[in-house]
Ligand binder design. Structure first.
Ligand SMILES: C[S@@+](CC[C@H](N)C(=O)[O-])C[C@H]1O[C@@H](n2cnc3c(N)ncnc32)[C@H](O)[C@@H]1O
Length: 250
């Protein structure tokens, strides 16, 4: 199963050190305030380390994005048995052959999408709901499409339980969500071999489409709609699960 793993050869040594630094969460807090409070404090500390060591240290600077990453409880979006690993520097399985992406990749994609407080944002590939929750912290309205029905159902339940208002739809995101277009930002978290034309059509002027494009290995691309047309920027190599459904039939 291909996992969404960032490949930055020049960071390899640093990444190894970070992995060594990100051990199991501390479980033995002094003077118990109850197991739930201990867990909450441990997860908060792990989240703070994740943001500082994996994200800020690698150059993500947007203060709103960093603050949102500090708020969203990533451990709530992974299966119970993996909660202690939720803040580690890598993707994790979420069932059905799918993954929650590496925190750094989620952060970079969010920074590139630059969701403003009044923006309408579309995500393709809800997965666990983590990226959608982050977008909901930053944008005005968030829509998200997931092709695997049990994942769409679980993400909807998780987002509701945590109080995030995200409109999740089960279906193929290849053609976007035309009834809700145009979008100020579209974030795609599964890789098609070519950019789906409907997603470009559904970008508002000034809108940003952040998408991994390619076969086994992909480039993370940003497509910006300007008054003159579409501008494309290639950011770096990434590895995401493939976009399934219509994208694979074409
Ligand atoms: C890397 S995972 C998503 C991670 C997710 N954003 C998160 O925060 O957990 C990619 C997701 O895209 C979904 N997916 C793949 N092809 C899709 C398609 N055509 N339409 C909608 N979702 C799709 C997969 O089922 C998978 O859940």
């Amino acid at each position: 199963m291909p996992l969404p793993q960032l490949r930055l050869p020049h960071l390899a040594a640093g990444v190894t050190l970070l992995l060594l630094a990100c051990g199991d969460l501390p479980r033995n807090a002094p003077e118990s305030a109850g197991p739930a409070a201990e867990d909450a404090a441990s997860f908060a500390a792990a989240r703070e380390r994740m943001v500082a060591d994996q994200i800020e240290a690698r150059g993500v600077r947007d203060a709103r994005v960093l603050a949102a990453l500090r708020r969203v409880p990533r451990h709530e979006f992974v299966p119970e048995r993996d909660r202690a690993r939720a803040y580690r520097d890598g993707p994790l399985p979420i069932g059905h052959g799918q993954t929650i992406s590496q925190p750094y990749v989620v952060a970079v994609m969010t920074e590139l999408a630059a969701p403003g407080p009044r923006d309408r944002v579309l995500e393709i590939g809800t997965g666990s709901g983590y990226q959608a929750a982050l977008l909901a912290e930053l944008a005005g309205e968030v829509y998200s499409i997931e092709i695997v029905e049990p994942l769409a159902e679980r993400a909807t339940a998780t987002l509701e339980r945590l109080g995030y208002e995200v409109h999740v739809r089960h279906g193929d995101g290849y053609r976007g969500w035309p009834e809700k277009a145009p979008f100020d930002a579209i974030v795609v978290t599964a890789a098609p071999e070519r950019v789906p034309p409907a997603l470009l059509e559904q970008l508002a002027e000034g809108g940003r489409l952040v998408i991994p494009v390619g076969d086994l290995y992909q480039e993370l691309e940003v497509h910006r709609r300007t008054a003159e047309g579409i501008e494309v920027e290639r950011v770096f190599a990434v590895r995401f699960v493939p976009m399934t459904g219509e994208a694979q039939e074409r």
